[in-house]
Design a protein around this ligand. Sequence first.
Ligand SMILES: [Fe+2]
Length: 307
Amino acid sequence: MSTRDNSGLMTTIQAFDYPTVVESRFPGLIDKLRKFIQESENKYEGGNGRSESFLWEHTLHAASIAFQLAQAERLDPLVPVVAALFHDAGKFAGGEYHGKETIEEEESARIAGRLLPRFGMKAPEIRKVAAALKALYNENSRKNRLAAILHDADFLSKFGALGVAEFFTKSVLRGRPLRSAVLGYLSKELTYAACLPLNMHTAAGRKLAAKKASSSLRFFRSLLAELREAQIASLSVKHIRIPHPSFRGRFLKVQYVVSPACPECGGSWDMVWNTEKGIKCQRLHIDWACAHCGERLETSFCLPEIA
Ligand SMILES: [Fe+2]
């Protein structure tokens, strides 16, 4: 990244340019991390030979949102941005996804602890980065301000125009064309978009979430309408209210997409759902069975944590 090339230009813009801020304090860090993330994703995909990385694009996106949120929360953005740059560094550790049951946030913190001293970050700041990254997978993400920013930046990066574009890019990279991405994953996207403001841990995050949630939901509904018109997939949005996993007496509105009738025979669906406690989340399973021909469909995803 040539963040230093234009150093003489437009100093007012540079004040809002997070790579310049990071590069001026820790020269070479962004480039090192880009190569590291690119290589680990490449290895995970069995040597795809691509010179670009989906995970790196997502990392840059999350870091830019962390920069915005930190400023809005009146925090020095340097440490939040560095932590955001590391937040997914452990995802494909050793070329595996969740290899040997490693918790990816722990792995990200380990990588940060190894790399940051080489680029001149002081020990107390490194401890803050590592603590925030580790807090991301437990309930401390609400209590640790830095983790709260990372949490919000990561979720926010999945919505809005760019977030939705990333969702479909990732689907294609994982071998799912449009129809199967919509059939298999749009229920989760809709539910998370609808719950996005409630899932935020910072006030700045909640503000941005309201905008991103409504633009994403609008887009998904138009997409479903056009898929119906084009006769690619006939799907409609329905919802169920399920007891909140963490708060007794409260409910979560889960949106899901389903074809109105069995695509095989036109029969009607019998739907059942249940939730179970997984390693990192409460998981929802929805199963459909055609009452007429026995055709079965299922979807399953982690429920969003809402406050
Ligand atoms: Fe992420």
